[in-house]
Design a protein around this ligand. Structure first.
Ligand SMILES: [Zn+2]
Length: 304
């Protein structure tokens, strides 16, 4: 039986979702907005790579976005594939434009020096090897640097086995598909181990000062992020004309509230205020009752 199993699916990084929430409700400083843009580009790149990996037809276990730790050093792996005889890890870059290398320094199309991505890959590869050794994972490891943007071009790059350029991606996937592979319980155990040791960090949260009062209230469009208005029984986006039920819009609003304020106690009054008072208290209460567990506190009722 052939199967490709996604053990840990690709989802937008927590930090990206957090910054998008914050930026849309309180304008971030320029530097932070640029950082957010980089995160968005990175996430787009990972999505592109996920589309390529979906073409795998051999037995493989895939995990996206792992944060691991070895000897108090943290490292992130964009995508990791467990095959019968090898573990392939991928660092994904969504660079666009003409890049060149001069004396081992990388430069972007605008002539700015950028961090050599190969150094990052080398560092990660070494950390992953140490990690696997410590946790008795015995498959050999290869770490690849993948440039996924078709509009990426690099000059004076010495040929290296661990770099995959956009025109090589399809052939690379074909090569993987032509290698027969069987997976067994050991491979499942490796995937389970990686999953159980994956760390979730929210240190980024503490970098930002924000409070509830200063954030813009309302529900934004799931398609274009413009704030929506109420039109009879639905929510309506004037910018892209998307219509949505109050139910799903309010739920998205609640999930953003929880991203920004993880310890918040949901009450009808709070959610009504947070979503810009465009949905009635009665409807909010019904949505809370349907989707959350009711807890009766000493002062008021809240939902978790
Ligand atoms: Zn819209």
């Amino acid at each position: 039986m052939i199967y490709m199993s996604i053990v840990k699916p690709l989802s937008p990084p927590d930090q990206l979702t957090f910054l998008e929430c914050l930026n849309n409700r309180a304008k971030l400083p320029l530097q932070e907005r640029q950082y957010l843009e980089n995160l968005q580009k990175g996430a787009e790149g990972e999505k592109k790579w996920e589309t390529h990996l979906r073409k795998l037809t051999s037995n493989v276990l895939i995990l996206y976005d792992l944060t691991l730790e070895i000897n108090h050093t943290y490292f992130q792996i964009d995508a990791l594939c467990i095959f019968e005889n090898i573990i392939l890890a991928f660092e994904i870059k969504n660079y666009q434009g003409d890049f060149h290398i001069n004396n081992n320094q990388w430069y972007s199309s605008s002539g700015n020096e950028i961090k050599d991505p190969l150094l990052q890959v080398r560092r990660n590869e070494s950390l992953l090897r140490q990690f696997c050794k410590k946790h008795h994972i015995r498959l050999p490891i290869e770490y690849h640097l993948v440039f996924v943007n078709p509009e990426f071009m690099i000059y004076s790059l010495p040929p290296r086995e661990n770099i995959i350029l956009p025109p090589q991606i399809n052939r690379y996937i074909e090569t993987l598909n032509s290698t027969p592979a069987q997976l067994n319980r050991t491979h499942d155990q490796i995937a389970e181990k990686l999953l159980s040791l994956n760390l979730q960090s929210d240190v980024y949260r503490s970098k930002y000062n924000y409070n509830y009062e200063n954030l813009r209230k309302g529900i934004w469009c799931g398609e274009c992020r413009e704030f929506v208005i109420r039109k009879i029984n639905t929510l309506y986006c004037k910018k892209c004309e998307t219509k949505e039920t109050c139910h799903s819009g309010v739920l998205r609003g609640i999930s953003q509230l929880k991203i920004l304020f993880p310890n918040v106690k949901l009450t009808t009054h709070l959610v009504h205020d947070w979503t810009g008072k465009i949905v009635s208290n009665v409807t909010i209460q019904r949505i809370l009752q349907q989707n959350f567990e009711k807890v009766s506190g000493s002062k008021n009722t809240f939902y978790i």
